[in-house]
Design a protein around this ligand. Structure first.
Ligand code: FE
Ligand code: FE
Ligand code: MG
Length: 171
């Protein structure tokens, strides 16, 4: 535990920061697994473009889990030790893929990113001016989540338009 490192935290309990980070940690693992499995089951037209994006996002979420775990340890906390706890502490839950069509998969993934943006934006607000190191880490993650949403929304738009065009030609 970084003792002087923790002494610079002002106006917020270290335990509260650890709790917020552990909830985000649960979210990141569930987001990682969601992308991991979506990339494997996704079907349909232009799925290769989606697979490339889903793969990249899976790697990003795992990297976020690592960033959050390192900060929890630095603060003197313990990252959640049992995957069962992910479902107890998650903010965003887990969107089980039910429809494997690429458009539906992208919609599930976009929902997840929108929740991640809300969650990190709250942690950014809570830590601003109080815990600069956590603030910096969650700001970096927030920027990635905003990029994720944008990438998925752009892909969703392209694929939806393409499907519409094909339908118009067939008709
Ligand atoms: Fe993430
Ligand atoms: Fe993300
Ligand atoms: Mg991307």
């Amino acid at each position: 535990m970084a003792r002087v490192g923790n002494s610079i935290i002002k106006g917020i309990e270290v335990g509260e920061v650890i709790n917020l980070l552990n909830k985000a940690y649960a979210d990141e693992w569930l987001a990682y697994y969601q992308y991991y499995i979506e990339e494997k089951v996704v079907k349909g037209i232009m799925k290769d473009a989606a697979i490339a994006e889903l793969n990249q996002h899976a790697a990003d979420e795992l990297r976020h889990a690592d960033m959050v775990a390192q900060r929890i340890l630095q603060l003197g906390g313990t990252p959640l030790l049992n995957p069962k706890e992910w479902f107890v502490h998650t903010n965003c839950g887990y969107e089980e893929p039910k429809n494997f069509d690429v458009v539906a998969i992208l919609e599930d993934a976009i929902k997840g990113e929108q929740c991640a943006i809300k969650t990190y934006s709250e942690i950014v607000d809570i830590t601003r001016g109080k815990d600069i190191v956590t603030y910096d880490i969650v700001s970096q993650i927030l920027a990635d989540e905003v990029e994720h949403e944008e990438d998925l929304a752009a892909l969703h738009e392209d694929i939806s338009e393409f499907v519409q065009d094909i339908k118009a030609v067939i008709r």
